[in-house]
Design a binder for this molecule. Structure first.
Ligand SMILES: Nc1ncnc2c1ncn2[C@@H]1O[C@H](COP(=O)(O)OP(=O)(O)OP(=O)(O)O)[C@@H](O)[C@H]1O
Ligand SMILES: [Mg+2]
Length: 269
């Protein structure tokens, strides 16, 4: 069985997956900014599944997601891994469904408030996890080094820059990143991509977290910067202080430089 369309090529599925998935209906969920492709698999008599396929070209991205999902499994609500494998071109990760809606699907002000409370609660739960045994860890020097390598390889497209620094060249922005590099970091278990599409809410309760390929020990502000950007993008900047209040940081205590640092750094990934 082949499925069309991953970067315009055909993907040969491993035999074990062909067997397991043959009666399912396939629906491509989206292709976002990642190199991954996500399919929702439904079958009237069986639970819905999600298959993530990554064209990895040497970078085993799902290995990290797989390790984190195994470690998080008994601690917080994340998908169960049903199958994980790699061949010479692709990685496959078959997951159970987290029920609910992604947290930007709201229609009224009170929905926004409810969802922001749930998002804050979710991040508190994440950041309260014990560090011991966490299989992934990030280091600020390596994050900057990686950004530098991508810059030197000419991979940074300033057309996609945030409006706040749209007038800068990638080199200028990288100088700012280095200047703003935090002196102190506050290590917690981070989600690594804590944006609204990666948190699921079911009947006004936190249902679970998805997309954990960048999760691991990192600075608390790595997540705070990401979620602030996502709240601002989806609901407007005015809602960011409300989130911080619910998370437990007063408006005058927010480390704005550190947020800016991670938001700028993110432009290089
Ligand atoms: N286990 C799951 N349970 C419920 N929904 C899921 C699950 N996995 C993926 N999804 C849905 O698919 C979307 C994309 O999946 P995911 O976040 O894991 O990949 P991604 O790398 O962000 O993909 P993209 O960059 O294409 O958005 C999610 O926002 C969600 O709507
Ligand atoms: Mg996602």
């Amino acid at each position: 069985m082949t499925i069309m369309n991953l970067q315009t090529s055909e993907v040969n599925l491993p035999e074990a997956l062909v067997e397991r998935l043959k009666s399912y209906h396939w629906q491509k969920v989206n292709i976002g900014w990642s190199r991954s492709e996500i399919h929702k698999l439904t079958q009237s008599k069986k639970p819905t599944l999600f298959l993530k396929i990554n064209d990895y070209s040497g970078d085993l991205f799902f290995n990290k997601e797989y390790e984190m999902l195994k470690w998080l499994k008994d601690k917080i609500s994340v998908p169960d891994v049903i199958y994980h494998s790699t061949n010479s071109e692709y990685e496959f990760l078959l997951l159970t469904e987290i029920l609910g809606k992604v947290s930007y699907e709201v229609f009224s002000k009170s929905d926004i408030e409810t969802n922001l409370k749930i998002l804050a609660e979710g991040l508190q739960i994440f950041h309260a996890l014990p560090l011991a045994g966490c299989p992934n860890a990030f280091d600020i020097d390596k994050l900057i080094q990686y950004a530098k390598e991508r810059l030197e390889q000419g991979l940074i497209n300033d057309e996609n820059f945030d409006v706040r620094w749209k007038h800068k060249t990638p080199d200028e922005l990288f100088k700012d990143v280095k200047r703003l590099m935090p002196k102190e970091i506050d290590e917690v278990v981070t989600h690594g991509d804590y944006c609204l599409p990666n948190v699921l809410i079911n009947t006004n309760e936190l249902s679970g977290f998805i997309d954990l390929g960048s999760a691991g020990i990192n600075d608390r502000y790595y997540d705070l910067a990401a979620v602030s950007w996502s709240i601002s993008y989806n609901f407007g900047q005015k809602w960011v202080p409300y989130f911080f209040e619910k998370y437990g940081i007063n408006n005058d205590e927010i480390d704005r430089e550190r947020m800016l640092f991670y938001q700028m750094l993110n432009e290089f990934y």
